[in-house]
Design a protein around this ligand. Structure first.
Ligand code: SAH
Ligand code: SF4
Length: 347
């Protein structure tokens, strides 16, 4: 059994049962359970408050699964990119973005991505596999274990993969990250970024915790969006926007600015309208080159003008600056080097 794949409630019962079966006192179950997420340890042998025989039995029956940190790259601006090896064919990245008191970790939910948005480096890798719940939450847990970093204060699902394509695991991972006896990160500090997989968007909205949601919009009409994001054929924009209405708190629209693709005055007018209707905050960011061939970012002045026009039309707008560009750690740039994968495969 892998305790780290269970929700805190499930793990607590599993540990209690296991302790009871051994005939150990019930307080041992609480000591063991705390080590999963609340005061995590890398391995059972790192605990100092448990008898040796119990530690050995835990290592035997309930070993703690961990990813291997394969590489770590630090940007001049303090952003840190981690490459985690999950199995011999699979590696994923996360990015830690420190900003004053905040430490935001951008996590991956899949290895690769099936949706092929034309501007995205992860999309260009294609889909490899879904991550398991523990493989998602481990990206957070591992930082909590490492005194150089410490547990992140905020988590965003903006790494590799489309989180709502891997709903079963992401649903569970959200519980583990948020639960007070899990990692204990507030729901308003956890953001799911999605291109809008409608049935699962509705499932996310139906959860009681009010996680934040960011819709990767990138174009204000189905026609223009479809050129950038093939998903529009399956879930047309109107259906996605309708599902977004189910969220009670303010949502964000992510909008990557691409020269002559989605930065015209007409785009701004259409975007202002749907953002106002949805009560959404529009987050503009320049396209990161590297994700896409043949696409260029809009100019800084162009982005400022676009933002000004949106504001004058009554939309709420922020312009996001890029972090970690020098280590290819920015949104849409995450891509595990295929040569590295091939090396492993050919071994
Ligand atoms: N699949 C999800 C989450 C991962 S992508 C989604 O698409 O929302 C995280 C964010 O990075 C998304 O808003 C995505 O649109 C953006 N992104 C992808 N490629 C990019 C690029 N080349 N430049 C800037 N942002 C990019
Ligand atoms: Fe997948 Fe998101 Fe990249 Fe689109 S932008 S290909 S959904 S990771």
């Amino acid at each position: 059994m892998n305790l780290l794949d269970l929700t805190p409630d499930e793990a607590e019962s599993a540990v209690s049962q296991w302790i009871a079966d051994r005939g150990d006192p019930a307080y041992r179950a609480r000591q063991v359970f705390r080590r999963l997420w609340q005061r995590p340890v890398a391995a059972w042998c790192d605990t100092t408050d448990l008898p040796r025989t119990l530690v050995q039995a835990l290592e035997q029956d309930l070993p703690l699964q961990r990813p291997t940190l394969e590489t770590l790259q630090e940007s001049v601006d303090g952003t840190v990119k981690f490459l985690w090896r999950l199995d011999e064919n699979t590696a994923v990245e996360s990015v830690l973005i420190p900003d004053r008191k905040r430490r935001t970790l951008c996590v991956s939910s899949q290895a690769g991505c099936a949706y092929g948005c034309v501007f995205c480096a992860t999309g260009a890798m294609g889909f490899q596999r879904h991550l398991l719940p523990w493989e998602i939450t481990a990206q957070v847990r591992e930082l909590a274990l490492d005194p150089r970093f410490g547990a992140p204060t905020h988590v965003v699902f903006m790494g590799m993969g489309e989180p709502l394509h891997n709903w079963t695991a992401v649903d569970r991972a959200l519980t583990i990250l948020n639960h007070e006896r899990g990692m204990g990160i507030g729901a308003r500090r956890i953001t799911v970024s999605t291109i809008g997989i409608v049935p699962n968007l509705r499932r996310l909205a139906a959860r009681s915790e009010q996680f934040k949601v960011a819709l990767s919009l990138h174009a204000p009409t189905s026609h223009r969006r479809g050129r950038l994001m093939p998903v529009d054929r399956t879930y047309p924009l109107a259906e996605v926007l309708d599902a977004m209405r189910a969220f009670r708190k303010r949502v964000t629209f992510e909008y990557v600015m691409i020269k002559e693709m989605n930065d015209s005055e007409a785009d701004a007018r259409d975007l202002a309208q749907i953002a106002r209707d949805a009560g959404a905050l529009v987050n503009l960011l320049p396209l990161h080159p590297g994700g896409a061939q043949g696409l260029e970012p809009s100019s800084n002045d162009g982005i400022k003008q676009f933002a000004g026009l949106l504001r004058s039309l009554g939309a709420q707008v922020t312009i996001r600056r890029s972090r970690g560009l020098d280590i290819s750690g920015a949104c849409g740039q995450l891509r595990v080097d295929t040569t590295l994968r091939n090396d492993v495969e050919s071994k």
